[in-house]
Each structure stands twice: as C-alpha cells, then as structure tokens.
Design a protein around this ligand. Sequence first.
Ligand SMILES: [Zn+2]
Length: 119
Amino acid sequence: MSSDEILRASQAMENLAKMVLERRNAATVDEKMRRLDDLINMILQINDCHAKVDREKLEQSLLRQSVETVEKNHQQYVLIPVMPVQRKAPARRRQSKLQCSFCQEVGHTRAHCEKRLHP
Ligand SMILES: [Zn+2]
C-alpha cells in the first residue's frame, strides 16, 4: 500500500467511526427525548392542562442550549414549550345529533341553518 492509499483508508475509517458515533448519539438523544416527552406530558395530564410538549421546539432549544428559565417566588423554573391539545369529540358528536327546527335536517341548529341564512 502506498502512503496515499494508507491515508485514504485511514480517512475512510475515521469517517466511518464518526458516522457510527453520530448515529449512536442520535439514537440515545432520540430515546431521551421520548422519555422526557412522556414525563412532561404526564405532568401536564396531572394538571389537566390540555397541552402537550411541543417537541420540535423543545428539541430546537435543547440543541441550541437556549432553554429559558424563569424565577418565581425565589424558585427557578425551566420553560418547556407546549401546544394545545384538541379536546375530544363528544361535544361534536352530541351536536351532530341536533335537529334543525327550520329545515328538520340533523347535524345543525336553526341558528346555523344554511337554508334559513342563504335561501
Ligand atoms: Zn336547517
């Protein structure tokens, strides 16, 4: 092997090692994120917040190491981005059984009746 080939081989090895390391780190970061996500969502559920972790934003701020903190009553808190969770369907299901007193169709009320509003 020429010194040139050796150099190229060692560079390839180095790149491969780097790739493996990066991938392993990515897997653990992913796993940690998932657990963190679950944990925070659990806390949010305890308080019935109707919110869940905004994982994308959380990841971004963790990667940039720009996690914000606030102080309240001499206690330091970490701010975690969350987004609202849509409430579940029962309300809508109930509404779909409503009958319109204007056109007698099911699924809307007189107030929202298209036939009444736009005849
Ligand atoms: Zn109607």
